[in-house]
Ligand binder design. Structure first.
Ligand code: SF4
Length: 328
C-alpha cells in the first residue's frame, strides 16, 4: 500500500486545550492532547491508530477533519493544505473526508427517520432533488446491509450493529475518499464487531476508500490495517506495517500492547507484560521520554532526553532510544 500515492499528509500536528482559571479566566495550564504528530496515509490503505484512552488518537482524527481547530501544524489532503482552505473549499473537503463515530446512537437524531438522517449530508451539500436523494439513500442502505424500506424507521427501532451500519451509510452517501473511523466497533458485541469490520473492508474494496481506523485495542485494528501507528500521551511512538509491528515491535509500549492480546491457541504461551502505574496526565507529561515512568527498559538518558520519532528500519518508525533492543 505504501507504493500508492499519499492522500493525507500530517506534519507536526499540535492540539492543546487551554485550561482557564482565576478571576480573569487566564490560561493556567494546557492539556497537550496531540503534541507534534506527523504521518502520511496512502490512497486505498487503512492506517490503524491505537493507544489507551486519552492518548490523543481521537483528537488527532477530529483535528485532521477540522472538527477541532489545530493549535499548529499542517495537514495536506490530496495536495491541498486543509487548515488554510477558504470556507467554500472546506465544504468540498467535508464531502471528501467523513467520520464514523463510536456511539451510533448518540450520533443519530432520535426524532428524525433513518432516511432523513442519511440524506442530511446530501441536503447540506445541495445534492439532488428529494426523489434522487431518496433513491441514493435506498442504494446506500442496501450497500451497508440494510433494506431501503428502513428509511421510514427511527433509530431506536434498530440494534447497535444496525445503527452503526446507518452511521456508515451517513458517511458513505457523500462518496468520500477518506473516512476516519473513530472506534466504530468499540460499543458493539464481539460477534457484531466482526460483521461491521467485514462490511468496512468490503466497502473499501468496492469504493477504493482510505481509512484511518482508531481503536484502543490493538486486536481490533490488527485484521483491518495495512499499517499501524501507536500513540502514547499525545505522541506517536511507533509506526510500521502491521506484519512488522507484530513481528518486531520497536517500542516497549507496543510490545506491552501486543502481549495483552489473547492467543487463539491456548497451548501457546506468550509472556504478558504488565505496565506499572497509570498513564500520566497530559497536562504535565513526564520529562524526556513520556513513557519512562512505566518502561521496564528505561535508563538515565530516558528521563532527560526526549527520543526522536525516526525511521529505525525500512518503513518502521519508533521514538525509543533503544528501539533495536525491544524485541531481543
Ligand atoms: Fe523506554 Fe527509554 Fe525507550 Fe522511552 S526511550 S520507551 S523509557 S527505553
Amino acid at each position: 500500500m505504501t507504493d500508492q500515492p499519499v492522500l493525507l499528509d500530517v506534519h507536526n500536528l499540535v492540539k492543546h486545550f487551554p485550561i482557564k482559571g482565576g478571576f480573569l479566566r487566564r490560561e493556567v495550564a494546557r492539556v497537550r492532547a496531540v503534541d507534534d504528530v506527523s504521518f502520511a496515509v496512502h490512497r486505498g490503505e487503512t492506517l490503524g491508530l491505537v493507544g489507551e484512552s486519552g492518548c490523543g488518537k481521537s483528537t488527532t482524527g477530529r483535528t485532521i477533519l477540522r472538527l477541532l481547530e489545530p493549535t499548529s501544524g499542517q495537514v495536506w489532503f490530496d495536495g491541498k493544505e486543509v487548515f488554510k482552505l477558504p470556507s467554500r473549499d472546506l465544504k468540498q473537503l467535508r464531502r471528501d473526508m467523513q467520520i464514523i463515530f463510536q456511539d451510533p446512537f448518540s450520533s443519530l437524531d432520535p426524532r428524525i427517520t433513518v432516511g432523513e438522517s442519511v440524506a442530511e449530508g446530501l441536503v447540506i451539500h445541495g445534492i439532488g432533488q428529494a426523489r434522487e436523494r431518496a433513491e441514493r439513500v435506498g442504494q446506500v442502505l442496501s450497500k451497508v446491509g440494510l433494506h431501503p424500506s428502513h428509511m421510514q424507521r427511527f433509530p431506536h427501532e434498530f440494534s447497535g450493529g444496525q445503527r452503526q451500519r446507518i452511521g456508515i451509510a451517513r458517511a458513505l452517501v457523500l462518496e468520500p475518499r477518506l473516512i476516519v473511523c473513530d472506534e466504530p466497533v468499540s460499543a458493539l458485541d464481539v460477534s457484531v464487531q466482526s460483521q461491521v469490520l467485514n462490511l468496512l473492508r468490503n466497502l473499501q474494496q468496492e469504493f477504493g476508500l482510505t481509512y484511518i481506523f482508531i481503536a484502543h485495542n490493538l486486536s481490533v485494528v490488527e485484521h483491518i490495517s495495512n499499517r499501524i501507528a501507536v500513540m502514547y500521551l499525545g505522541k506517536m511512538i511507533e509506526l510500521a506495517t502491521r506484519d512488522d509491528l507484530f513481528r518486531q515491535p520497536m517500542h516497549p509500549y507496543t510490545r506491552a500492547l501486543i502481549s495483552a492480546i489473547p492467543l487463539p491457541d491456548p497451548t501457546i504461551k506468550r509472556e504478558r507484560i504488565i505496565l506499572k502505574g497509570d498513564v500520566p496526565s497530559p497536562i504535565n507529561p513526564p520529562s524526556g521520554c513520556r513513557f519512562h515512568p512505566r518502561c521496564w527498559m528505561a535508563r538515565d538518558i530516558c528521563k532527560e532526553q526526549e527520543p526522536v520519532f525516526e525511521q529505525k528500519a525500512p518503513n518502521h518508525w519508533s521514538a525509543c532510544h533503544f528501539a533495536e533492543e525491544v524485541s531481543t
